[in-house]
Design a protein around this ligand. Structure first.
Ligand SMILES: Nc1ncnc2c1ncn2[C@@H]1O[C@H](COP(=O)(O)OP(=O)(O)OP(=O)(O)O)[C@@H](O)[C@H]1O
Length: 265
């Protein structure tokens, strides 16, 4: 793909294919995410959406093709390297340290920013520079919790929070890694309509506040059509449509893929 403005794209896919044995889970996918964009990824069950997230985050390596983050090829990066580059994700099933407090959950993610073994060694010895950095991290964690409205729960165990707030905490943990690209895998799953509306506002808010680019997989069309600027539709691993929410809702191939399901807002 040739792009006119190199700085415009934070993420690019060039002919990306992932096979599992004879099954082509992602089939020659081409696409991009612009800086600051909120991009939706939709498609029926088994379409290849989560596989694409796993390819971006280094869980899988493409059989063919390239994935670029800020123009750097990330195909063969390990998951922790991808995190350190500035990509964070949430999962379909919430993954928190359930017995830890809300604050501790954020602190653990912040430590992913500390890159090397020397720091790990110093941490054990509690050298003055480590104590200084840990103090700064505590402050940053508090600020983050204030920002996302979870500070009042800082000392509560993660699993004592209502479901909607656990989701928020999961996103806060992703932000704590210092990510600039956020991948959200079905963030509205299991939420009631009130929680879903709050989540939509929250996603828009953090995008602006943290200058994020966001790629979101979601089955709840109200969320996708309500907050995304652009949408890719996958079916059987292939991109069958792309466009604005209005264009996607009218697209005959999309309607066919979702036969019998509600696509409208
Ligand atoms: N590790 C794996 N080994 C074998 N097959 C896999 C593996 N991961 C995914 N698949 C298959 O790849 C296809 C795409 O799966 P994927 O989970 O990416 O779909 P999806 O669009 O995220 O679906 P859903 O909306 O149900 O989460 C499916 O047929 C799935 O069974």
């Amino acid at each position: 793909m040739s792009n006119q403005n190199d700085n415009e794209y934070i993420l690019e896919f060039e002919n990306v294919t992932k096979k599992f044995g004879g099954l082509i889970a992602v089939n020659n996918f081409n696409g991009y995410l612009k800086n600051g964009e909120l991009l939706g990824l939709i498609g029926p069950n088994g379409a290849g959406k989560t596989t694409l997230f796993n390819l971006i985050t280094g869980i899988y390596t493409p059989n063919i093709g390239k994935i670029l983050f800020k123009k750097q090829k990330i195909n063969s990066k390990k998951p922790h390297e991808v995190t350190q580059l500035g990509i964070a994700r949430t999962f379909q099933n919430i993954r928190l340290f359930k017995e830890m407090t809300v604050l501790e959950n954020v602190l653990v993610s912040q430590h992913l920013k500390l890159k090397n073994w020397i720091w790990l060694f110093k941490s054990v010895l509690k050298t003055p520079d480590v104590l200084k950095v840990e103090k700064e991290m505590q402050n940053e964690a508090w600020n983050l919790l204030e920002e996302v409205g979870l500070a009042v729960y800082a000392n509560d165990k993660a699993n004592s929070l209502p479901y909607g707030l656990q989701r928020k905490l999961e996103i806060a943990r992703a932000l704590a890694t210092g990510a600039k690209l956020l991948l959200l895998d079905e963030p509205a799953a299991g939420m009631n309509p009130h929680e879903t509306s709050e989540l939509m506002e929250f996603i828009k808010h953090i995008r602006q506040e943290y200058k994020l680019s966001i790629l979101i997989i979601e089955h709840d069309m109200k969320v996708i059509m309500g907050i995304c600027e652009r949408i890719y539709v996958l079916d059987y691993g292939k991109k069958i449509a792309e466009g604005s929410p209005e264009e996607i809702q009218k697209d005959p191939l999309v309607i066919k893929a979702y036969l019998g399901e509600e696509l409208a807002i």
